[in-house]
Each structure stands twice: as structure tokens, then as C-alpha cells.
Design a protein. Structure first.
Length: 277
């Protein structure tokens, strides 16, 4: 663990990203404390500029606090990003592990299924899925999961193909270990590094997809999100620039921070970088 942190901390950008991400998580965790009122609650001071009438980042067209929306939206974006990523990684690992380990007809079938999901552009597919289902947090999570797992499946398949003929796996076969035990206890732990890296980057992608869906009106109408705020303020961009700008900056900073952390994890966990350092 100490060696991992030593390698990770050499990447100054990754440390900066971790600091920013920690700040975003902290704000999301205390959003209900610093802004206990409903973020949809409107006031009698619409279109207040930042710092005016007690609004730190201004208010929107019906007087909703932009800062409150950003704080509560952070909780929404991070929650959806994490849940969808965990679900996508779980499905992708199962498909990739079975395809890579067994090969042959199993590999052909599972990879053809994977390719079907990859033929449709991810965001278009997500729009289609949410439009079919009722717009809600659950439908957004399902849509992001469905469009995200194929990348994990292909990665895990490649790792299993590279490892299944290694000496330690052959020794496990000799000892009479079951296939499931070999996959779960022997091969999968050796694939965790790239899975962790791609998972961290998928959180950023999930946040972007969720924001895009909310911007198009396909998010949960009862839950505040950054995409909803940008969509709500786009028609007044010239009059009240802060309604769109601050949520957009929140998305930019959060996604950038997650990507920087992902690069740091790659540097710390990648064996080639380890040997170089």
C-alpha cells in the first residue's frame, strides 16, 4: 500500500485531482446541512446576480438558489456515476471472464452480444433507453450501465486470454481446482489493476452522460442535477449567464479531477510504469 501511494503521489496532477474530487465529495455529503431547504424551492428574488440578495452564485428565473442546486446536484451526479459504474464493471467482468477463459463458442457468442451493444453510439443508445422507460434515477442508471459494460468486457477478456495459459493457472488445473475458483481466486485478482483504472474513468463518463440526459429533459424531474440547471438556464444565457456557467464549471472540474485520478491510478498500478520507477 505504501509503495502504491508513493508511486501515485509522484503524479502531481493526480494529487490535485484527488484533492478536487475530495472537495466535491465533501460538498455533496454536506449538501443537506449547508442547504437544508429543497433545491427546487423558489424565492421572490428571481435572476439575482451572484452575491446579491443572499445568493452566493445567484438565482435562476424563478428564484431557485444556483449554489444549492450545484451542491445537491453533486450528490446526484456522483451517486449515479458510482452506481452505474459498479453495475457496468460487474456485468463486464462476468462477460469478459467467461469469454476469455473458455474461448471457442462461448467466446464467440458473448463477444457477438458485446458487439451488438457497441454498434450503437453510447449517448444515442442511452437516450433511446431512457425514452423507452420512464425518466427517473433508476432508468438513467440502467441506461448508463447498458452502454458502459462492453468496454469492461473487452478489457477483461483480453486479460483472461493473456493469463489463462500461464504457469500458475496450469498448476491450479493440476491441483484439481474448479474453473470458477480459478477464475475468481487466481486470474481475476491479477486483472484488478486495469479494471480499477477503467472503472475510475467510467465514473467521469457516466457523469457526462447523466448531465447530457438531464439537459435533454430525460433525467428525473424530481431530482436536482447539473444538467437540469444548464438546461433551465440556456434560454437566458445572455441575461443571466451564471445559471448555466456555474453548473457547467462544476461538471468540468469534477470530470477533470476524476480523469486526473484515473491517470494517477494507471501510473501507480501499471506494471510497466512500476518497472520504470
Amino acid at each position: 500500500m505504501s509503495n502504491f501511494w508513493k508511486r501515485f503521489s509522484r503524479n502531481r496532477s493526480a494529487l490535485l485531482g484527488l484533492l478536487i474530487l475530495g472537495l466535491v465529495i465533501f460538498i455533496a455529503s454536506i449538501a443537506s446541512l449547508i442547504y437544508p431547504d429543497d433545491p427546487f424551492l423558489y424565492s421572490k428574488f428571481p435572476l439575482s446576480s451572484p452575491g446579491v440578495n443572499g445568493f452566493l452564485l445567484g438565482s435562476d428565473s424563478i428564484g431557485r438558489d444556483v449554489a444549492s442546486g450545484i451542491a445537491h446536484g453533486a450528490k446526484t451526479s456522483l451517486m449515479i456515476g458510482l452506481i452505474a459504474t459498479v453495475a457496468a464493471v460487474f456485468i463486464g467482468v462476468i462477460f469478459g471472464a467467461f469469454a476469455g477463459y473458455y474461448g471457442g463458442i462461448v467466446d464467440d457468442i458473448l463477444m457477438r452480444v458485446t458487439e451488438v451493444f457497441q454498434t450503437i453510439p453510447s449517448f444515442v443508445f442511452a437516450i433511446l433507453l431512457v425514452a423507452i422507460m420512464k425518466p427517473s434515477i433508476e432508468s438513467v442508471v440502467i441506461a448508463i450501465t447498458v452502454v458502459s459494460w462492453p468496454a469492461v468486457a473487452r478489457l477483461v477478456r483480453g486479460e483472461f486470454l493473456a493469463l489463462k495459459n500461464r504457469e500458475f493457472v496450469q498448476a491450479c488445473h493440476t491441483l484439481g481446482m474448479s474453473d470458477y475458483r480459478i477464475m475468481l481466486n487466481e486470474i481475476l485478482p491479477n486483472c484488478l489493476s486495469p479494471i480499477i483504472v477503467i472503472g475510475s474513468l467510467m465514473v467521469a463518463t457516466a457523469i457526462l452522460i447523466e448531465s447530457g440526459l438531464a439537459f435533454l429533459g430525460l433525467g428525473d424531474p424530481n431530482v436536482m442535477s447539473w444538467g437540469f440547471q444548464i438546461s433551465d438556464g440556456r434560454s437566458m444565457l445572455r441575461v443571466a449567464w451564471w445559471i448555466c456557467t456555474f453548473p457547467g464549471i462544476a461538471i468540468l472540474i469534477t470530470v477533470l479531477a476524476i480523469n486526473l485520478v484515473g491517470e494517477g491510478l494507471n501510473d501507480a498500478l501499471n506494471p510497466r510504469f512500476r518497472e520504470r520507477n
